[in-house]
Design a protein around this ligand. Structure first.
Ligand code: C2E
Ligand code: CA
Ligand code: CA
Ligand code: CA
Length: 295
């Protein structure tokens, strides 16, 4: 038993070493990867729960690594965050996403094709971009964002920046000021992964946010049949508080029609998840919006 324990220990040790080596390798490869264009963005639609129409999309970055294949953001965003590369990487993601939103806008409102009118009537698709804490602290945030919006010509109201609840816990005015400035310009700020950070609900009033993104864990609670009545009460409470503060509520991780229906009944506004679409290339979102614009 002792020997087996020893072997297990060594195995775990070796795995930890391998992970550390990969982590180190990935970290040192990040700057060149950005220069070589190894990153790409997938877009996942956000859908109105009442009628299923497309509201916009969230930009989710991936790394097409020459040896390891496609890596998800959980593998490299923390590394980029740690080394500061997240600032240029985040700027790249913002620029690509804003350009993409503009391209959709032009495709959907600009005459060509049969479905022009409805896309235009629904207003431009909105683009959600994630910001990590280092980006939030970076002094160039407001200037860079304004510059990209201006240069591309996308109205600020078409952009939503997602900030995690944990990044704003205990935030002082200095940290909130750039978000406040962006919000005053019309950029929406969403509080991402809401409900995981134990933040004081009363605190919401002083944050410059206009959207709450309910964490996936709540959506998972809706999956049980029947759903846990306490979970339902909690979501109902959050939605009613959010609406009384004039915040919109988005839910993420919707995987079934039953969840979508439950969340719609609880008053959530928009939803995102595999039930509607997995993250994918930009053409997919274009096709989806044309489809819901009707013939
Ligand atoms: P997030 O902002 O909470 O993004 C939602 C994650 O849930 C995405 O994972 C998405 O693919 C996944 N997801 C969507 N629908 C479903 C569903 O129905 N079921 C399940 N189980 N999962 C679903 P992804 O793409 O791996 O991104 C992970 C995290 O990486 C994101 O979490 C975000 O925090 C971060 N991230 C992604 N792109 C960027 C970026 O450009 N900049 C920064 N700073 N962070 C990013
Ligand atoms: Ca997000
Ligand atoms: Ca989230
Ligand atoms: Ca998350």
């Amino acid at each position: 038993a002792k020997a087996a324990g020893g072997n297990r220990y060594e195995l775990a040790d070796a795995e930890a070493d391998a992970r550390a080596i990969t982590r180190h390798g990935l970290t040192t490869a990040l700057p060149a990867a950005l220069e070589r264009g190894e990153f790409f963005i997938e877009y996942q639609p956000l859908v109105h729960l009442d009628d299923g129409s497309v509201h916009g999309a969230e930009a989710l970055v991936r790394w097409c690594h020459p040896q390891h294949g496609v890596l998800g953001p959980d593998r490299f965003i923390p590394l980029a965050e740690h080394t500061g590369l997240i600032v240029p990487l985040g700027r790249w993601v913002l620029e690509q996403s804003v350009r993409q939103a503009m391209a959709w806008h032009e495709q959907l409102s600009g005459g060509s094709g049969g479905a022009g009118g409805a896309g235009g009537a629904a207003g431009p698709l909105r683009i959600n971009v994630n910001l990590s804490p280092t980006q939030l602290h970076h002094p160039g945030l407001v200037g860079d964002t304004v510059e990209v919006l201006d240069r591309v010509g996308l109205p600020p109201g078409s952009l939503c920046l997602e900030v995690t609840e944990s990044a704003l816990i205990g935030a002082d005015e200095d940290l909130l000021k750039p978000l406040r400035q962006l919000s005053e310009m019309g950029v929406d700020i969403a509080l991402d992964d809401f409900g995981t950070g134990y933040s004081n609900l009363a605190n919401l009033r002083r944050l410059p946010v206009s959207v709450l993104k309910l964490d996936r864990s709540f959506t998972q609670g809706m999956q049980r049949h029947p759903a846990d009545p306490v979970d339902l009460k909690i979501v109902e409470g959050i939605v009613s508080l959010a609406h009384s503060l004039e915040l919109a509520v988005t839910v993420e991780g919707v995987e079934t029609g039953a969840q979508a229906e439950q969340l719609r009944r609880l008053g959530c506004d928009t939803a995102q998840g595999w039930y509607y679409a997995r993250p994918g290339p930009p053409e997919r979102l274009h096709a989806l919006s044309l489809a819901d614009a009707g013939p």
